[in-house]
Design a protein around this ligand. Structure first.
Ligand SMILES: [Zn+2]
Length: 291
């Protein structure tokens, strides 16, 4: 018989008579209305672990979906696979951070050599090696697998100046959720997380930009001609931390991709952090239902 229990550190709060909230996060919590004494007793028992059949099936499902159960979170985490394309400072830091957080499969890709642009994050002895080969060695030394054959649960792309539409198209075509990161002159854009067929894709974003920013087409071309240098370490660490946190939280607190908040992007840089909202563009055709 399967035993289930709440993850350690998940609070149970009686908000008012008959209303109980399980979990503290705004997006990863469950609100139970009309909670009976039996429900509350069951939740208390869940702290220590009880048989799954003793819990109301709809409550069990809701707790599982929100990633509040120890068992489901652990099983899910054993198989997590993240792909990272683009290994400048940010991409490399994301891979290392996710490895430290316990992601067991990380597939890194970047055929560029270790050169002055990434000096300080790769070792002197790795100079001239392919970046992905050097980073795979680092990951392997820490027990992380990098199997290319494994389909990732999510991918992260890090591009300089403008997004590589070829990579984004491939991920879209393969139905792989992906978080685009683009480094700009003095800022870094993170998101929106694209879930194929459900949330805004890169073309939705591009079409919206074309409408909102006069001359965007020419500006994009100019940026592509002269991509920005690597971001400062402060900006790289901040951006990598935000991205790794988004991905790790999404993957471990709620296993259903359709629950992921995927309509926002963050612009991190000189003016602090800006949050931007995106919608599926009506003329894009990437999704049958608008967000
Ligand atoms: Zn689209």
């Amino acid at each position: 018989m399967t035993s289930v229990r709440l993850r350690a550190g998940v609070p149970l709060a009686r908000l008012e008579e008959g209303i109980v909230q399980v979990g503290s996060g705004a997006t990863h919590s469950v609100l139970i209305t009309n909670a009976t004494d039996k429900d509350i007793e069951c939740l208390e028992l869940l702290r220590h672990g009880i048989h799954a059949h003793e819990v109301d099936s709809s409550l069990l499902e809701a707790l599982k979906d929100a990633g509040l159960l120890e068992e489901s979170a652990k099983i899910w985490q054993q198989y997590l696979c993240v792909r990272i394309v683009g290994l400048g400072r940010i991409g490399t830091l994301i891979a290392r951070t996710l490895a430290d957080d316990g992601v067991p499969y990380i597939d890194v890709r970047d055929g560029r050599p270790v050169d002055a642009a990434v000096e300080g994050i790769y070792g002197e002895e790795e100079k001239g090696m392919r970046r992905d080969v050097a980073l795979r060695q680092w990951l392997t030394d820490r027990g992380v697998h990098w199997s290319r054959g494994r389909m990732p649960h999510v991918a992260i792309t890090v591009d300089e100046g403008v997004q590589d539409w070829g990579t984004a198209s491939n991920l879209l075509y393969q139905d792989i959720p992906h978080l685009p990161i683009v480094t700009e002159d003095r800022e870094v854009s993170i998101g929106p997380l694209s879930i194929p067929g459900a949330t805004p894709c890169f073309q939705c974003v591009e079409r919206s930009r074309l409408e909102a920013v006069p001359g965007w087409k020419y500006l994009r071309e100019a940026i592509a001609q002269e991509p920005p240098a690597e971001p400062t370490w402060g900006l790289a660490h901040t951006s990598a931390g935000i991205a790794a946190n988004i991905i790790f939280t999404l993957l471990t607190c709620g296993s259903k991709p359709e629950q992921w908040p995927a309509t926002q992007s963050w612009l991190v840089g000189t003016a602090g952090m800006h949050l931007l909202e995106w919608t599926v563009h009506p003329e894009c055709g990437c999704s049958t239902s608008a967000v």
